[in-house]
Design a protein around this ligand. Structure first.
Ligand SMILES: NC(=O)c1ccc[n+]([C@@H]2O[C@H](COP(=O)([O-])OP(=O)(O)OC[C@H]3O[C@@H](n4cnc5c(N)ncnc54)[C@H](O)[C@@H]3O)[C@@H](O)[C@H]2O)c1
Length: 415
């Protein structure tokens, strides 16, 4: 055991996942060093200020930083355990872009001494933990995967399941799947996560744990694709998809999810590709991805038809984020739809209502025909309202909708 001031856990990547994880470890009494390549994030964490909005998280971060349990740096130091939570984007060919993982592993290789645990939390294709171990050992051939030796290194995979917006609730209470490259690695990882996880810790091998995370999100994607496909079929047949789903869900063994303008975020819209690119068997999973990816085009066509038939001059767009009540715009179909409409229709004025952003994001800000406005501003001056995100602020219809065309792609006002 190192001296008491030594670092117990180093979390590499202080984003939506890594920073709360680091704070929960610290709150459980561990001495935590958080590493990020972005100096603004390092400074913000050291000031005790959260770089992103997450209900209830600011107070926890402030507390663990004030107590001296968590500090951030750009430079990794020796630690008992390293937890990697860096981005794992998908490349154009739908395979993993592993450059962030490799960079994190390279920095671990510079400080590791033998006896440490390395945990990958980033969502990754099957086999990534094993590849990561091979890469580390290629940089440090003096270390070994064989357990119980002075120079042993232990590797595990521990996927994260928290929902943005509910991280304070779910980080400790969710059940966690942990897969070890061997049983000693699993036990070490289990002991580490037990320090703050109250849910069950479900042990398995690394590849099954990697697949578990991808399977969970593919399950969601396939089921949303079913709902989205129904919405296209219903539009063609003049059937209200919301009413249809409501009726079908009265069957005791049917539970159809909700359609929407597409699937976004950094998980459900991305993770299934890691399964698809690893096998030729994933036909349904691939088709679901394609159905969900095609939905924003359908929404754009519906809005364009409506603009053409009403000769609308002003269109209100409600919501830009990838889902309700968050500020996260990553892979957001709503943002992509708004960007396409504003750039393809320069003669139409777009009133954009997004309570979770301060300025128009992406290319929207550069379009003179788009303005970020309050919800109250749309009552007067628009002919079409396009609802893309079911934020709480939109649940009650604005008062005077009678003379407007409502295109509600979340079923908020239509049901
Ligand atoms: N956001 C979610 O809801 C969620 C949920 C489950 C799993 N995940 C997975 O967790 C992983 C991290 O996602 P996120 O949302 O926290 O990403 P993020 O983009 O919010 O944060 C990643 C952080 O890593 C930093 N970084 C990149 N390379 C680095 C390096 N070599 N060393 C140190 N820091 C580095 C970046 O600067 C960034 O701050 C991804 O694999 C993601 O798929 C995310």
């Amino acid at each position: 055991m190192r001296a008491t001031t030594a670092i117990n856990v180093s979390v590499i990547g202080l984003g939506y996942i890594g920073l709360p994880t680091a704070a929960f470890f610290a709150n459980a009494g561990q001495q935590v060093l958080g590493i990020d390549t972005d100096p603004r994030i390092v400074d913000s964490v050291n000031d005790g200020v959260t770089p992103f909005d997450e209900p209830g998280f600011a107070a926890l971060l402030q507390h663990v930083v004030d107590e001296g349990l968590l500090r951030a740096s750009a430079t990794l130091e020796a630690a008992d355990a390293f937890v990697i939570a860096v981005p794992t984007p998908v490349r154009k060919d739908h395979r993993l872009d592993d450059r962030y993982i490799r960079s994190a592993v390279s920095s671990i290789a510079r400080v590791i001494q033998g006896g440490e645990l390395v945990v990958l939390e980033s969502t990754s294709p099957p086999g990534t933990t094993s590849e990561m171990a091979k890469y580390l050992l290629s940089l440090r051939p003096d270390l070994t995967l064989e357990s119980g030796k002075e120079n042993s290194v232990y590797f595990a995979y521990c996927p994260e399941r928290v929902i943005p917006g509910g991280i304070m609730r779910e980080m400790a209470s969710n059940d966690r799947v942990i897969g070890g490259l061997n049983s000693a690695s699993l036990e070490r990882a289990r002991n580490l996560y037990k320090t703050f996880v109250n849910g069950s810790i479900l042990g398995t091998d690394a590849k099954t744990a990697e697949m578990a995370k991808l399977t969970e999100n593919s399950y969601r994607d396939v089921n949303i694709a079913f709902a989205n496909e129904l919405s296209l079929i219903c539009a063609e047949n003049g059937v209200d998809v919301w009413e249809l789903i409501e009726l079908a869900n009265h069957h005791p063994r049917v539970n159809i999810l909700e359609p929407g303008p597409g699937v976004g975020g950094h998980c459900i819209a991305v993770d299934p590709w890691f399964i698809v690119s690893s096998t030729k068997q994933a036909r349904l999973i691939e088709m679901a991805r394609r159905v969900n990816d095609a939905k924003p085009d359908f929404v754009v066509r519906r809005v364009e038809d409506s603009i053409a038939s009403t000769s609308a001059k002003t269109v209100a767009i409600l919501g830009l984020t990838f889902k309700a009540n968050v500020e996260d715009l990553r892979e957001s179909p709503a943002l992509a739809i708004a960007e396409t409409l504003t750039s393809d229709h320069p003669d139409v004025h777009f009133l954009i209502v997004e309570p979770h952003v301060e300025v128009l994001p992406g290319t929207l800000g550069s379009h003179s025909n788009a303005d970020l406005v309050d919800l109250s501003a749309i009552e007067e001056g628009c002919e079409i309202i396009v609802l893309l995100v079911d934020h709480d602020e939109f649940l009650e219809p604005v008062s005077d909708l009678n003379d407007k065309v409502i295109l509600d792609f979340k079923g908020v006002w239509s049901s």
